[in-house]
Design a protein around this ligand. Structure first.
Ligand SMILES: *Cc1c(COP(=O)(O)O)cnc(C)c1O
Length: 351
């Protein structure tokens, strides 16, 4: 740290993203990307004309993209916010709505704590129950912003919509942010509740189910008032945060939404295969509605299994936290990749 660094941030611990190694090719099951490529229309949208257009600033209102999202999600454009990945939306939302303090589960997306610290906001990590489920009552009448990933990461477990409604009703004075990065893999979206609950902020991303992690595109669905607040933060940060190529790719992807939803169904099928195969090998596997499994080997710690798999050219995720250090988070790749993964695990276990 240089002597010039803001002392208020001297204790800030940055988020550590999953590895993106370039040294050799791996079967990459560590950052929940899609094994399937973007749709044909996306490739067509990024043409010569679009490249020549980079001379100009992109549309700061992202009108075409918002209209397409509004069509797919049956909302008004004014109920849609877009940003450079959903991480940016989380960042903006913490800044905009977190002044009373923030509640989130102790085991969840690691970035929540980073954003709270970045903005010096008080926060409380609410322990998950022993079966890794969320108890909605822990988040009721607390007079704080609530942030819940649904499905949760890295567990993959879902909180039913009825429970989310309970939290929304019990916190009318605070924003309830539901991070739906994985909702397309079998979860239930709260997007249709935004007309009923002006405190609901539903956040989604193109990174997982729409094969565009590298393009950086996230969106939020909420009441017009909450969206206007987020726009205010965006226009105080970087009005051009969704670049022209990503806006065009996003519009094209939404026009071929069926392709992506079919891929999600393929991933669900492969997830069911991988879960059974791991259970047959003695793993404990949590019930996942995401594009990953959270699994405990029993014979090795998460770190050990991660290292053994890496030697075989397969990347998965492990965690340092005590409560989950015996688990690995395994992204669902293609059927072929998952068969190779299971074969590697069998070898490691000598099964
Ligand atoms: C991947 C992920 C995000 C971030 O998505 P981007 O749109 O790529 O920034 C947000 N929340 C959760 C829970 C995630 O797993």
């Amino acid at each position: 740290m240089s002597k010039f660094f803001n002392p208020r941030l001297s204790g800030l611990e940055a988020y550590t993203p999953g590895e993106q190694p370039r040294d050799r090719s791996y079967i990459k099951l560590n950052t929940n990307e899609s094994p399937y490529p973007p749709s044909k229309g996306v490739r067509k949208a990024l043409d010569r004309k679009r490249i020549d257009g980079l001379r100009l600033y992109c549309d700061p209102t992202a009108t075409a993209l918002k209209e397409e999202l509004a069509r797919v999600y049956d909302k008004k454009s004014s109920q849609i916010f877009v940003s450079n990945g959903s991480d940016d939306i989380l960042n903006f939302a913490f800044l905009a709505f977190g002044a009373d303090g923030i509640l989130f589960p102790d085991i969840s997306y690691g970035f929540y704590e980073v954003f709270a610290n970045l903005h010096s906001l008080p926060f409380e990590k609410v322990p998950l129950k022993s079966d890794f489920s969320i108890d909605a009552d822990d988040y009721c009448k607390r007079n704080k912003m609530v942030v819940i990933a649904n499905p949760n990461a890295p567990t993959g477990m879902v909180l039913p919509l009825k429970k989310i409604e309970k939290i929304l009703k019990a916190n009318p004075e605070n924003v309830v942010l539901i991070d739906e990065a994985y909702v397309d893999f079998g979860g239930e979206s709260c997007a249709d509740l935004v007309d009923k609950y002006p405190n609901l902020l539903c956040v989604q991303t193109f990174s997982k189910s729409r094969s565009m992690a590298g393009a950086r595109l996230g969106f939020a669905i909420a009441s017009e008032e909450l969206i206007a607040d987020l726009e205010k933060i965006k226009y105080s940060t970087n009005p051009y945060d969704v670049n022209a190529l990503t806006q065009a790719a996003g519009v094209a992807a939404l026009q071929e939404n069926g392709y992506y939803m079919r891929n999600c169904r393929r991933i669900i099928k492969t997830r069911n295969y991988a879960k059974k195969a791991l259970e047959n090998l003695g793993f404990e596997v949590l019930p996942s509605k995401a594009n990953f499994l959270f699994a405990k080997c029993g014979q090795f710690t998460g770190l050990e299994l991660y290292l053994l798999l890496k030697e075989k050219g397969i990347l998965v995720r492990h965690f340092e936290k005590d409560r989950i250090k015996d688990f690995n988070r395994i992204t669902i790749g293609s059927q072929k990749e998952m068969e190779a993964f299971i074969a590697a695990v069998e070898e490691i276990l000598g099964a």
